[in-house]
Design a protein around this ligand. Structure first.
Ligand SMILES: NC(=O)C1=CN([C@@H]2O[C@H](COP(=O)(O)OP(=O)(O)OC[C@H]3O[C@@H](n4cnc5c(N)ncnc54)[C@H](O)[C@@H]3O)[C@@H](O)[C@H]2O)C=CC1
Ligand SMILES: O=C(CO)COP(=O)(O)O
Length: 375
């Protein structure tokens, strides 16, 4: 970008984000993680008036955030709110924090939480933003937070939230999911502003599972795009993906209705449609004929979906859940089956019912009675 061209972020700031009152003044937020999403959410909270500290392991990156207000390794071309303070010192980062968001890839998530543990205090709010699953025990990231700390205020932030668009202050919405009302309310205060809406849910497991599962289908969508497949194909893929995700989630104890929200179908739409999604990009590279190792190496950032395919394939087999798309993706990723061949094979699969979770007559009546005017 030339010195005379305003950054996209700047343009949006001037046009749409201007004089509204920041909601989070006085709130102290710490973000653990120096990648694209950690940087994007640190900047939202700072835009919203919070005091924000971002912990990262790389000292030169922290220096760049503090002096040039940029994180060029992960969000090239975007300015970060100048008040975000970066540090490599965990104790310093957590000292004043009321709300701690953990934006570390799933493979390193537990290690970093253990590193942080000595500096955390009961009463702090811990929020997982990572859309991945730990291999041992099929553990979600908020469960790692719970296991490592035993704290009460634990939540998950998830939704259609491409970091590069947030950094441009594109109008965006997300979900804070927690069974703890205090956590939901404080996270809404920290991040809710005129370009970022934060909806609440009490289905933490469903919201978190939705974020992890959709990465699988984003890889498939990227692959389909590279193979020249059209919009009918993408619509079929996304809709059947939603059926498959919900089937799996219900078997694991989530509420299927959660998948109709931002963290389900919303996130599925964005990641299956945008080359800004790293999972989509891995799929695209595979569709172009690269190997999985090449695709991941070219990306240079985390694509959680690759590991998630493996874990969900194993878990669905263990529980006897029918997931043809996951099985197909596992064969393409790990058994070198040709993606075109796999797509054709999937077309020959069972033609089951379209919508699996149709409400009974009684449920519809009950839902009507709950509406304010009963109509
Ligand atoms: N980038 C995006 O658009 C979004 C990402 N997410 C989720 O956020 C999570 C974090 O992703 P990004 O920030 O996007 O990843 P990224 O690949 O951009 O950055 C990962 C960051 O984690 C750090 N890291 C990795 N291992 C570490 C360790 N052992 N100790 C300390 N730091 C370590 C890296 O140095 C880097 O700063 C992902 O799992 C992803 O699912 C969620 C929503 C949107
Ligand atoms: O989850 C995301 C957007 O909501 C980002 O997806 P990727 O991890 O595929 O980039």
């Amino acid at each position: 970008m030339s010195a005379t061209t305003p950054s996209p972020r700047r343009a949006i700031r001037d046009r749409e984000v201007s004089e509204t009152t920041p909601q989070a003044v006085g709130l102290n937020v710490c973000v653990l993680g120096g990648g694209s999403f950690g940087t994007a959410i640190a900047s939202i909270a700072a835009d919203n008036g919070a005091s924000v500290t971002q912990w990262m392991r790389d000292a030169s990156q922290a220096e760049e955030v503090n002096t040039r207000h940029r994180n060029s390794g992960y969000l090239p071309g975007f300015e970060i709110n100048a008040s975000v303070r970066a540090t490599t010192d965990m104790a310093d980062a957590l000292a004043e924090a009321e709300l701690v968001c953990v934006a570390i890839p799933s493979k390193a998530f537990r290690t970093v939480v253990r590193q942080a543990r000595a500096h955390l205090r009961e009463g702090q709010i811990l929020v997982a933003t990572t859309k991945g699953i730990e291999s041992e025990g099929f553990t979600l990231m908020s469960e790692v937070l719970e296991q490592e700390t035993g704290f009460t205020h634990i939540g998950v932030l998830s939704g259609p939230n491409l970091a590069a668009e947030i950094a441009q202050r594109q109008l965006t919405a997300t979900v804070i999911a927690s069974d703890d009302a205090y956590t939901r309310a404080r996270v809404q205060t920290a991040f809710g502003c005129d370009y970022f809406r934060v909806y609440a849910s009490n289905d933490r497991y469903g919201v978190e599972l939705g974020g992890a599962l959709k990465n699988i289908y984003a890889i498939a969508a990227g692959m389909a795009a590279a193979l020249g497949m059209g919009e009918n194909t993408r619509a079929m893929l996304m809709t059947r993906a939603l059926a498959e995700m919900s089937r799996f989630a219900v078997a694991k104890g989530a509420n299927p209705m959660t998948f109709l929200g931002l963290a389900g179908v919303g996130d599925l739409i964005v990641t299956c449609s945008s080359p800004l999604s790293r999972n989509y990009r891995v799929g695209y590279a595979l569709g172009e004929g690269r190997t999985l190792d090449q695709a991941v190496e070219v990306l240079g950032q985390v694509a959680e979906g690759v590991n998630t395919v493996r874990l969900v394939q194993d878990e669905s087999e263990r529980l006897g859940i029918y997931m043809p798309l996951v099985s197909g993706m596992a064969k393409v990723l790990f058994e070198n089956v040709d993606p075109h061949h796999m797509a054709r094979a999937l077309m020959g699969g069972e033609q089951s019912s379209d919508v699996e979770f149709v409400l009974s007559r009684e449920s519809v009546q009950q839902a009507r009675q709950l509406e304010p005017d009963g109509s």
